[in-house]
Design a protein around this ligand. Structure first.
Ligand code: HEC
Length: 152
C-alpha cells in the first residue's frame, strides 16, 4: 500500500515539474486524456475523504491528510491542458466557454488551489468540524467550475 502511495506521489510531483516546464501537448487528444486522468484521480481521492467526512469510514487523520495533500498537488497539474486550442473538440465534456473565457476558467482553477491549501492546513489540525466545513468549501469549488465549464 505504501509503495503505491509513493508511486502516485512521485508521479504527481514529476508530472508537476514536467507540466510546468513543458506546457505543450503533441496532440489535443493527449491534453484531453491528461486532464481527464488528473480529474479522475482527484475524484478518487476526494471520494476517500468524503467517506470519512460522511462517517462511512472512521476518520483517520494520517489517511485524510495524505489524501488532502495528494489532491492539493493534483489540483496544480491540469490547467494548461484545458486551455489548449482545439481541445474542446473530441472525446471531451469541456465546454468551449473555457477557451472563450480563459480568465474566468483560471479564476475557478485558482479558487480550487486556494481551497485545497486551506483543507490541507485544516487537516493538519484536529478540529474535525473545521475539516468538514473546509471539505464542503472544496466541493463547492469543484461544482462551481463544473457548472460553468463542463457539459453533462
Ligand atoms: C477550473 C475548473 C474545474 C475544477 C475546479 C474542477 N473540475 Fe473537474 N472537470 C472540469 C472539466 C472541464 C471536466 C471535463 C474534462 C474533459 O472531459 O475533458 C472535468 C471532469 C471531471 C471528472 C471526470 C473525469 C473523467 O474521467 O473524464 C471528475 C471525476 C472531476 N472533474 C472531478 C472534480 C473534483 C472532485 C473537483 C474538485 C476537487 C474538480 N473536478 C474540480 C473542470 C474542473
Amino acid at each position: 500500500m505504501k509503495a503505491i502511495w509513493k508511486t502516485i506521489v512521485c508521479f504527481a510531483i514529476v508530472a508537476g515539474i514536467i507540466g510546468s516546464a513543458y506546457a505543450q501537448f503533441a496532440r489535443t487528444d493527449d491534453a484531453i486524456k491528461y486532464r481527464q486522468a488528473v480529474m479522475f484521480l482527484i475524484g478518487q481521492h476526494m471520494g476517500r475523504m468524503a467517506a470519512m467526512v460522511k462517517g462511512k469510514q472512521p476518520y483517520n487523520q494520517k489517511n485524510f491528510l495524505r489524501n488532502a495533500v495528494l489532491v492539493e498537488t493534483l489540483s496544480k497539474l491540469p490547467w494548461d491542458s484545458f486551455l489548449l486550442a482545439g481541445s474542446d473538440k473530441g472525446q471531451t465534456k469541456m465546454k468551449s466557454e473555457v477557451l472563450e473565457n480563459k480568465e474566468k476558467f483560471e479564476e475557478a482553477a485558482q479558487n480550487l488551489e486556494t481551497e485545497m491549501a486551506k483543507l490541507v492546513s485544516a487537516a493538519n489540525g484536529s478540529d474535525f468540524n473545521a475539516i468538514k466545513a473546509q471539505f464542503g468549501a472544496v466541493g463547492k469549488s469543484c461544482k462551481n467550475c463544473h457548472d460553468q465549464f463542463r457539459s453533462r
